[in-house]
Design a protein around this ligand. Structure first.
Ligand SMILES: *Cc1c(COP(=O)(O)O)cnc(C)c1O
Length: 237
């Protein structure tokens, strides 16, 4: 399949899932996860109308962002391209994230959020932040424990250069759909509970290539799709 067809295929999976869930197509946005793929692939998807791209590895992302800024047609080639950081964050690496991204999906500690707020250039709009929830209960996984989510969100809500927009989760690495569903629904219930307390969250980031339909059924408003768009990743390069 060529890239235009891959994108159309994912768009149609999202549209079908939205209609099954009784939601308008506009209820769900597609984040194209471009880790390990070059800027040229990103620009090709951009030319087909995809604007939001997610990256996990900071140095790799910064290389692509710099390449784009140095492109001879930098001003006109991709004026609406939006970078989302979705990977683990080390506290000594927050500055380039605050300076180069529009969204961060993987905030799970107050210290990280404070640094992002302090380091966000005031010439830019506030940094859109999602709090990552550890819904799988696995100790090794990133994300705040569900019971600490509300406290963390309260503290982040007060930070100056951050817009707290919602929650993100990466469920267990399993194809047991009952377990995945339980984890997605746990995140959705925290999201609803925060909104009932006035947080005004509008973004719930859950679902990837293999489980985007289930995630949408469970209330996702942003699916993060990598391999189903770009193809299998090769980490040996
Ligand atoms: C890699 C990655 C994805 C995309 O996964 P695919 O299964 O390739 O769609 C989504 N979210 C996060 C946080 C990732 O690291």
């Amino acid at each position: 399949m060529n890239r235009a067809t891959q994108l159309a295929d994912i768009q149609s999976r999202i549209a079908t899932a939205c209609s099954k869930a009784g939601k308008p197509r506009s209820a769900v946005t597609l984040l194209a996860v471009s880790k390990t793929f070059p800027l040229s692939d990103i620009l090709e998807f951009y030319s087909y109308g995809q604007t939001a791209f997610g990256e996990n590895y900071l140095q790799e992302a910064l290389d692509k962002i710099t390449q784009l800024a140095d492109h001879p047609n930098a001003q006109t080639i991709a004026p609406n391209l939006q970078w989302h950081f979705i990977g683990p964050i080390q506290s000594n690496k927050t500055k380039p994230i605050a300076e180069n991204f529009s969204w961060v999906h993987s905030v799970d500690r107050l210290k990280i959020a404070q640094r992002l707020s302090e380091q966000r250039p005031t010439t830019l709009p506030p940094l859109n932040v999602l709090v990552q929830i550890n819904t799988s209960g696995e100790e090794s996984k990133s994300g705040v424990h569900p019971e600490q989510a509300e406290d963390l969100c309260k503290q982040i809500h007060g930070l100056k250069n951050i817009a707290l927009r919602g929650l993100m989760t990466i469920p267990s690495n399993t194809d047991n759909s009952n377990q995945l569903k339980a984890e997605f629904l746990k995140c959705k219930s925290i999201f609803d509970s925060l909104n009932s307390k006035g947080f005004g969250l509008d973004t719930l980031s859950m679902g990837m290539s293999a489980d985007l339909e289930l995630a949408i059924e469970c209330g996702s408003s942003c699916v993060r799709v990598g391999s189903a768009l770009f193809g299998a990743r090769d980490y040996s390069k």
